[in-house]
Design a protein around this ligand. Structure first.
Ligand code: CP
Ligand code: NVA
Length: 313
């Protein structure tokens, strides 16, 4: 069983994912029944954000509050990190006050550095390589729709070989879920992530495939998943990317190639009319809103996994 103090990559929790999903499902049921846990009572968590966020920030803040803890939002530009204080010095100081650090960064290496120098758990809230918290919520969404069974199902990724795909590849491979990714030439997934996912897939039996034709990926799929063509930090490539991704859109025609009961995932925010149409995102087969809600339940399960309750008394 892996025991990393941190969640920097889905690889850190690959063998703990089944239990994590069970706990997320339990926390969802409890919240709906009006029952709150107090597992973070007395705990303080700092949330450092270098990029904007609607879902990740709010679901963490609400989730920490639900569990009786206290969240402190720190925009990078409001703290000394933005004026050149090192990540290491920031980590050492915040570790003296806080029981965990949540970090949304441009560079994965910065998240690794924060985790190396912090004595408390660090959670990756998205960087240029991975978005692990998103994928825990996505797996919860699939778990609900497939009654807990990942094996024998296949998700088709339509779009960029980006941070979300990287975490999805690792998560699918860990859970025995098949995945076909369709990306344009030059925008394929990172080869190191593909190797790590292939190693997990060899153990779980999941089939990972990489193609360039969206129709090939979508045909017979049990779920279609897409994300923006231009991620935060890639804005300078907007024109090239907009050209390269023409045709990589989830629309009714592409959805028509999937299985009749297939559903559609999008981590959001969506660029309506680009990677997904209004008709699909707002349609009956869209799982995107459940997916967004599940960020909350997933964050709470992640926090309970990494931060033990304080002893009573
Ligand atoms: N999906 C996601 O991480 O959304 P935010 O950027 O709004 O946090
Ligand atoms: N790939 C996107 C995900 C946003 C939640 C980005 O990094 O901007």
């Amino acid at each position: 069983m892996s025991t990393s103090k941190d969640l920097l990559s889905i690889s850190d929790i690959a063998d703990r994912l089944p239990a994590l999903l069970q706990n997320a499902a339990r926390l969802k049921r409890s919240r709906r029944a009006g029952v709150r846990s107090t597992s973070l009572l007395g705990r303080n968590l700092a949330m450092i954000f270098e990029k904007p966020s609607t879902r990740t920030r709010t679901s963490f803040e609400v989730g920490i509050g639900d569990l009786g803890g206290h969240a402190i939002y720190l925009s990078k530009t409001d703290i000394q990190l933005g004026r050149g204080e090192t990540i290491g010095d920031t980590a050492r100081v915040l570790s003296r006050y806080c029981d965990g650090l949540i970090y949304r960064a441009f560079h994965h290496s910065d998240v690794v550095e924060l985790a190396r120098t912090a004595s408390v758990p660090v959670i990756n809230a998205l960087d240029d390589l991975e978005h692990p918290c998103q994928i825990v919520a996505d797996l919860l969404t699939m778990h609900e729709r497939w009654n807990g069974e990942f094996r024998g199902n296949r998700v088709a990724w339509i779009g960029d070989g980006n941070n979300v795909l990287h975490s999805l590849l690792l998560g699918a491979a860990a859970m025995g879920l098949d995945l076909t990714a369709a990306s344009p030439e030059g925008y394929a997934a990172n080869p190191e992530i593909v190797r790590a996912a292939a190693a997990l897939a060899a153990k779980s039996g999941s089939h990972l495939r990489f193609v360039s034709d969206p129709a090939e990926a979508a045909t017979g799929a049990d779920a279609l998943y897409t994300d923006v063509w231009v991620s935060m930090g890639d804005e300078a490539q907007m024109a090239d990317r907009t050209r390269a991704f023409q045709g990589y859109q989830i629309n009714s025609q592409l959805l028509g190639l999937a299985r009749p009961d297939a559903f559609v995932l999008h981590d959001l925010p969506a660029h309506r009319g680009l990677e997904i149409t209004d008709e699909v995102l707002d349609g009956p087969r869209s799982a995107a809103w459940d997916q967004a809600e599940n960020r909350l339940h997933a964050q709470k399960a992640i926090l309970e996994l990494l931060i033990p309750p304080l002893p009573a008394g």
